[in-house]
Design a protein around this ligand. Structure first.
Ligand code: GLY
Length: 596
């Protein structure tokens, strides 16, 4: 019964309900809401790196300042992929309307040769000395140069290079608490890291392993950041750090020299632009394959009513597999570093071409991948060598990391960068704390032989001195009516492109709130091997049966592949309220969105 005192107690509840009714329906919410902020948001794979970025925003810095601080801090707290020994791509939107790309992808050393990973028997090498493990696997790192250029040209001007390096130096010098995620990642790569004495000492705690809750101090890395602060970013390429890298490489049979470091150049590029259902997509051009493949898939999907198929139906997954295999077929054939191999960008994105590309699409039957030919005609045929196992998947796991930033003024950064594999080549340069990349594996070691991602690549991506290896990294921005709506990207080798695709489809076609769009299950097809992978618990038995009945080989992602697909830290800017919604991806244990 509603007694008078009880009614009095319920008064605030009635008032709140009345207010809600007056205000109209509540905005759609995911089970786990995104982080809402009025001014700025940083989303990264580690909360301490997100904090480093947020610290810059609070000090009056812009999204570029925050992105650089976040990227540098990930080197310390997320060494599986965060780096100064690797490279990547930064896609920047400036509040004045400009969009631009900073390409700080690694480049092949001068001594690199086309067949450097093929042995006397004509076999692609494995183990130390190969393109994946050890001293010969590294290309020239671009991260420091890329971050420095970003800060100098597009930073707020209020924060210096020393300022943006300071959170990293501090975290390395004072130590940070090892999370359960970091402890597991480090231990999980003990076999790789343990092959190199310095990596064993620094990253495996001399064999005792770093454990959850340990305070991990990294004095060598702190000293490296202090040198960078004191002498500026060129120190990495010409100073004591460069000398340490070059000397260690020379001693251990690596290719990289002081001259390579000195010669490294960042490239500024024009982003690719496309449309999908009235949304403007701004994304990564070559030497990433990501933007072209993404825009091709959007164009192939446009005629279909995805909203009607629903987000997880067999009909949708069938369609996705078909557009993915066609885009990845073109990727293998035509894409490479445009400064070395001409990439037919306009032809690959031509609307009539993409319409024609789906001419043989059947809604009820899978197209076998070996029947999918490169759409523009043969360019440099990539035929599997005799006996090549199309189902082969290297058991190396694969990492990269993505972070997204939006500031109060509306500047935004989508940055994806990498050491390539988990902890890169496994090599730490003695005395520096710097883990080196194994990005040489992103080149075609031998036409017709898969790389560590199971990707078949073509002649266009063959190794040449100074060339950048083909990438899949796809930092992407989405605009609606000229206003920034979405900042997204992901790690995951070739799965990156398909992860970004599905995050955008979840928002545009399925109307999901951003946290749900990031959390929703994902699928992946990359032409070869001819299989559609799904995430653990990510597909129903009847959906699977329908896909199989249509001729698809469907498989669950395995533990060595991480079980799950990607880490799509995404920011959604609400067009009505202008609030920034940061969604960290629950697939990565330490990912965090922080706003203010
Ligand atoms: N290293 C992975 C990529 O660039 O796609």
């Amino acid at each position: 019964m509603f007694t008078r005192p009880r009614l009095r107690r319920l008064k605030p509840v009635f008032a709140a309900v009345a207010l809600l009714v007056a205000a109209g329906p509540l905005p759609l919410r995911a089970q786990r809401p995104a982080v809402e902020a009025e001014r700025g948001v940083v989303v990264s794979a580690h909360h301490l790196a997100s904090e480093a970025g947020l610290e810059m925003l609070r000090r009056g810095g812009n999204a570029v300042d925050a992105a650089v601080a976040t990227g540098l801090a990930l080197t310390v707290v997320y060494p599986i992929a965060g780096n100064i020994g690797g490279g990547g791509f930064m896609l920047v939107h400036l509040a004045d309307g400009r969009d631009l790309v900073i390409d700080y992808r690694e480049s092949a050393p001068a001594a690199a040769t086309r067949d450097m990973y093929v042995d006397a028997k004509g076999e692609v090498m494995s183990g130390p000395g190969s393109s994946t493990v050890g001293w010969r696997a590294s290309a020239v790192p671009g991260s420091v140069a890329g971050f420095a250029l970003a800060l100098e040209k597009y930073g707020s001007g209020k924060l210096t290079w020393a300022d943006v390096c300071e959170p990293s130096r501090r975290l390395a010098a004072e130590g940070h608490v090892v999370t359960q995620g970091s402890a597991a990642q480090l231990r999980g790569s003990a076999k790789l890291l343990g092959q190199f004495a310095e990596s064993q000492r620094v990253y495996l705690n001399g064999g005792a392993y770093w454990k959850t809750g340990d305070i991990w101090k990294q004095p060598d890395l702190a000293a490296t950041f202090a040198r960078l602060q004191k002498h500026g970013p060129r120190e990495f390429y010409e100073g004591e750090t460069a000398r340490l890298i070059a000397d260690a490489m020379a001693k251990n049979g690596g290719l990289l020299t002081l001259a390579d470091l000195k010669a490294y150049k960042v490239a500024e590029r024009t982003p690719l632009r496309g449309k999908y259902r009235g949304y403007d997509i701004v994304t990564m051009p070559p030497p990433s394959s990501g933007g072209i493949a993404l825009l091709q898939m959007f164009a192939m999907l446009e005629p279909f009513d995805l909203a009607q198929t629903g987000p997880t139906s067999a009909a949708k997954y069938h369609l996705l597999a078909e557009v993915m295999r066609r885009a990845f077929r073109d990727r293998a054939e035509y894409l490479a570093d445009p400064d070395f191999s001409p990439v037919p960008v306009a032809a690959l994105l031509e609307p009539t071409y993409l319409k024609r590309r789906m001419a043989d699409y059947s809604p009820v039957q899978a197209t076998p991948s070996d029947k999918v030919v490169p759409g523009l005609g043969a360019y440099a045929p990539a035929k599997p060598r005799d006996g090549a196992d199309a189902r082969f998947f290297n058991r190396e796991s694969r990492e990269t990391t993505h972070f997204s930033v939006v500031d109060a003024a509306g500047n935004a950064v989508a940055n994806t960068y990498t050491l390539n594999g988990n902890f890169g080549s496994g090599v730490t340069i003695p005395g520096t704390g710097i883990l080196m990349n194994n990005e040489m594996d992103d080149f075609t070691a031998k036409v017709g032989v898969k790389n560590m991602f199971g990707l078949l690549q073509g002649e266009a991506n063959a190794i040449q001195p100074g060339k950048r290896p083909l990438s899949s990294m796809t930092p992407t921005l989405v605009f609606k009516d000229g206003k920034l709506l979405l900042v997204t990207g992901s790690p995951g080798g070739p799965t990156i492109i398909n992860t970004v695709l599905q995050v955008v489809l979840n928002i545009v076609d399925h109307g999901m709130p951003v946290a749900q769009a990031v959390e929703a299950p994902r699928v992946h097809h990359q032409w070869m091997p001819d299989s559609l992978s799904f995430e653990r618990y990510g597909i129903s038995a009847d959906t699977l049966a329908i896909l199989q009945s249509r001729g698809h080989t469907v498989r669950e992602r395995q533990s060595y592949e991480g079980g799950y697909q990607g880490d799509a830290g995404t920011i959604y800017v609400d067009p009505k309220t202008n609030l920034r919604h940061g969604a960290a991806d629950p697939r990565k244990p330490d990912s965090r969105a922080l706003g203010y």
